[in-house]
Design a protein around this ligand. Sequence first.
Ligand code: ZN
Ligand code: MN
Length: 483
Amino acid sequence: MNYIATIGLEVHVQLKTHSKMFCECPVTFGAEPNSHTCPICLGLPGALPVMNREALRMTVLTGLMLGCDIAPVSKFDRKNYFYPDMPKNYQISQYDMPLCTNGSVPLHDLAYPKDAQKNIATPDKEVHLVRIHLEEDVAKSFHFENSTGIDFNRAGTPLMEIVTQPQINSPEEAFAFLTALKQILIYGEVSDADMEKGQLRCDCNVSVRPEGQRELGAKIEIKNMNSISGVRRALAYEIRRQISVLESGEQLEQETRGWDDVAGETFLMRTKEFAHDYRYFPDPDLVPVETDVLVADVREHVPELPKAKRARFVEQYQVSPYDAGVLANDLELARYFEAAAKGAKKPKNIANWILNDLQNALSAAGKAIHDCPIPPEALDELVNLIDTGKISGKQGKEVFAEMFASGKTAATIVKEKGIEQLSDAGAIEALCDDVIAANPKPVADYKAGNMASLNFLKGQVIKRSKGKANPRLAGEILERKLK
Ligand code: ZN
Ligand code: MN
C-alpha cells in the first residue's frame, strides 16, 4: 500500500526591529536576563501598548514579497491562555483580520537538501499560504535543578506568523520551503531568520492517508522545531510512525507531539481533549490599522527577490542557471559577485573564481563572505590580468593564494614576484627566432607533419623566457613562422 503525506507549516519569525512590538524596550539577543523590560512588556496593570510601525512595515513587506493580499483594515486580538512565560495571561495576536492573506513561496532546486536535488517530485512547486499575521513573543523559561527562571527580555518582541496551506508532501519539500522562505526574509531584511538563535521557529502539521483515499488522515502537530534539518528528520520519522500505526490496523487520533533531536523520535505531548479554547476578542487598547498609506509606501521598496535575481544573473552575466542559483542563494555572495562582475569583460570567469577558488579558500579558513580578505574589485583585477594574458591561469592561482593570505592586490604581487607574463609579441618573436635557429631537427620534424614537435619548440620558448612567455602567443608565432 502506498501512502500520501500531507504537511502544513506554521512558521514564527522574529522581526529585526530595534524595539519591541508594543513598548520601547530594545530587541537584543543574549543580553543580561530581565534587563530589557518595562511595565508594558511585563504586563503590569494599567500599562498601555503602542504599536510598532516598523513591525507593521516589515510584515506588509513580507506580504508583498510573497504576493499576498494585504488587508485594507487589520486588527489585533487577545489570545487568552495561562502560561508562566506570558505575563498578561493573554498574547496580543491577530485572529480574524490578519495583515496578509494568500500568497505563496516558490521552491527552487537548490533549496532542497543536497542529497535530494536530483530527485525532485514537483519541480518549481509553489507552496501557497493561508495568512501572515503579527503578534508578540512570550518570555523564555530556563529550567535549573530545583527551580525555573524566566527571562522577560523576549516578552513582547515582534513575531510574524506565516501559515501555509497543507500543500507540502514530503520532508524534503518542507526543507525546501523553509530554505526558500528564509532566503526571501533575508532579502527583505525583515529577519536574519537564524534558527539557532530561535529567530525562525516552526510547528509542523502532518497526516498520512492511503493512496486513493480522499479524506485526510488525523492531523498530528509537531511543536517548536528549531532547525531546518530537524524538521526534515522529524517529519520523516513521523510519517514512518503514522504509516506503521495504520498498517498494524490501529487508528490515529489528533494529537500534539514534541521532537527529541538526540533520540531522533517524536513523543506525545497532549491529545485533543486538552485542546485550548483561546477565547479571542479584539484588544480594546489597540485601534484597528488602516494600511493603504503604508502599503503604497512599502510597495516602492520591494527588493529584487531570489527568483528574479537568478534569472537576471543568467541574462546579464551569461552565467549558467546552476551558478546563478548558487550565487543568489546567499545574498552576500550575490552582492559580492555583482560588485566584482559589474565592470568585468567576462563575468562568467568571475563567477567561476568565486564558486571554486574563493569559496574553497573561505571554507578552508573558516571565513564567511563578509570577512573575505579579497575585496570584489581586487578579484575583478586578478581575473582581468589572466583574461588579458598578463599572467597565466597557473600563475593566477599563485597570485590568488597570496592575495587571500596577505590582502595585497594582484598587481602588487605580480610586480613583487616578477611573474608578469610576457605578452609582448615582439619580444616573443625574437625568442621564437632563437629557438628555431637552435633546433633544426624538431623544426624539420614539424614541417614533415609531426605536430608534437611544435609543443617541444613552444616549451623551449617558454624556457628561454624563464617561464614568462604567454604560451598561447608563443604557439601562434611559431606556427606562423614555420608555415
Ligand atoms: Zn517593554
Ligand atoms: Mn503564533
